[in-house]
Each structure stands twice: as structure tokens, then as C-alpha cells.
Design a protein around this ligand. Sequence first.
Ligand SMILES: *Cc1c(COP(=O)(O)O)cnc(C)c1O
Length: 394
Amino acid sequence: MSGFSFSTRAVHAGQDARTTTGDVVPPIHLSTVFVTERVGELTGGYEYARGGNPTRDSLQEAIASLEGGGSAFVFPSGMSAEDTLLRAITRGGDVIGYGTDMYGGTLRLITQVLAVEGRRHVAVDMLDLANVEELLVTENVAVLWVETPSNPLLDVYDLVSLSEATRRAGTLLVVDSTLASPFLQRPLELGADVVVHSTTKYIGGHSDVIGGALVVAEGLELGHNVQSLSGSRLVADEVAFFQATVGAVPGPFDSYLAGRGLKSLEVRVRRQSETAQQVAEFLDAHPLVERVFYPGLPGHPGHEIADRQMDGYGGVLSFLAASPEEAIRICEATNLFTLGVSLGSVESLIEYPAVQTHAAKDDTPWPIDRSLVRLSVGLEHPEDLIDDLRQALG
Ligand SMILES: *Cc1c(COP(=O)(O)O)cnc(C)c1O
């Protein structure tokens, strides 16, 4: 499929029906075990579904194709993808660098769960590249974890500059590209080593499946001091070994749903980005809104970088209400925007990050502003959404 454009690959990559009945949609493979006609030889390439399953493979093939990566792996959740990756590419004593604005769950994983096994962690404000350069010379950083656009402040980090810096330092650059989706941003093309998605969000796109994915750059190797457990120096082999060993695998029906969502990703995200731009402009002009965070606004600090590295600004935005009380009141006053913590789906959501998604940041030097409200714009009509916000703002 490599000669085809994004839209065509989204519909067709990994979709060979592998059947004699001519299904246009490949069937969901439920079998946990596959026939082997001879001892030690796989008949159809599969043996036991923890190690591999055709429905999972078709989703992996589609995501790898869209991100332009060597290989993709799918997981039962975004967090499980992150956990498996970080365990596969770091060992006790290694340092993980991460941004000051990112998903609360990732912060907990790095600073609480992975930390008990001796992995160290350092936060760095990546809006100023000098901070990253300094960190990379003062610490031996195994992995730099970047979420861009970031959640919930929509910071946009310059992936070309970051990848040049990590390459010089021998550090692996991992990009959580969930907020952008593969349609708006392809980090591997900008020099990143691994891309992470919560497929629960834009890829699934319908709030009905939890899932995650990793895409590993072709030929990527483990850091020099990382002892391989798989016997291979390739990150893809090490991830496959960890995934099959710990059993971090999604079920066939979940894999099917994420793949079904992926086919319409482009049209959904195009429309969501257009609507989010209108919503951002409405909020920006509203007297009761203090500040809007959306890369599509010319005044946003990441606007120019987003123009360079993204194909649109996405469907998520946040804003500061006049006070914490006002922020909570607005979250509870909308009718069309559902009060709920996820993002990237067909229905619009509103949430209060300081309590609902980012309480893990309370103990950091970068706690969430208690007047912040986050929106995820869905596929409803832009005028209806703006009317809803207008009545909620009062
Ligand atoms: C939701 C999310 C995750 C975690 O994914 P789950 O599928 O909920 O486990 C990670 N990163 C970002 C940016 C997210 O929005």
C-alpha cells in the first residue's frame, strides 16, 4: 500500500480478507489456538493468540502504514502500550526525561510505577530547547518522552529540533501523538524513534473501545547499556518479546473496533479541527474567558511549529474561566458537551483537568490551573456547540 495516499491506506492497509469466502471486511478471528500440522512448524503463521492473532495484525499493519513505521504493536490500552515500551527500552538506573505538560496517567507511570524498579525521571520544560540540551549533557537520559500537542495545555514541541538533540545524545525520542492522531502528525517522519497512541481516542473515535498502539522506526536499536532479554538488539523484537511475555494484548473484538474507527479517521479529524477552530475563536472573543489554549490561534506560542509539523490543529482545546468556581460551573452547565474525561470521539466532551484527569500534577511544580476547562470537539454542528458554550458561559 506504500504508494497510496493517507486516505486510501486508512481504508485498505491490512484489510486483505484472508478468506476464501470473499468478505470485503475481514472476519474477526476469535480463535486462541491455531492448527500446526507439524511439530515446530507454524502452518498459517499463527500458533497461540497471546503471541499473535490475525485481527490484531491487520490493525497493526494499518497503523504502521499510516505512521510510516517499521512495525506497529497494539495493546489493550494506551497505558499498557506505554508501560510495555518503557519496560522494554529501559532498565533500573536509567533516566527517563519527560515534559512538564502531559497526560496524568503517563506522569503516574513514570514517576510512581516505573520508579520503584530504580528507573529515574527528570521533568524538563521542552518549550525552551536549551533546557533539553542542558538535560541531555548533564544526565545520561535513556528516553525523552514528549507529548505533542500536550494535554491539557496544547503546548506544541518542535520534533525536528528535539530529534536532532536526542540523536546527538544517543537518547531515544518517544512521542505520544494521541492528540494529533496519525492524520495530523507523523512523528517518525520528523525524526522520532517511537510513536505512541491511545487508540481509545481519535483512532477508535467512538468512545466504545480502550486500546493503545506503538509504532517503532525501522531498524531502531536498544541503547548501548540496555541488556536485551529477547536476544535481539532491535527495539521491535524487544517490544514483541515483552508484549508476548507479559500478555499485554488486546482482544480481537477491540482490535476490530479500533481498526473500524481508523478507516474514517481523516474525515472525522478534518471536521473536528475545523469546528475546534471556530469554537476557539468564539471563546477567544468572549469577555468571560481569560485565555484560550489552541494551536490554531495565531497568538498561541506553538502556532508556527504546528504549521510546520502538523496538517491541522486538532479537536482538543482548553481555556481559563474567570475563577475555579466558574470553571466548575461551566463544566456542569453545558448540555451538548458531555461532562466526561476522554477525548477524540464523535461526541463533544468537557472536563475539569485539575480534578478529573490531572490530579497527579498537584504534587509537581506545574499543578493544573484550577480555572482550566478542557474541551474535546466532536462531530456535532459547530453552531450548536457554540450556542451551548454561550449559554453555559452565561
Ligand atoms: C488517554 C491517553 C493516554 C492513555 O490511554 P488509555 O487508552 O486511556 O490507557 C495516554 N496519552 C494520552 C495523551 C491520552 O490522551
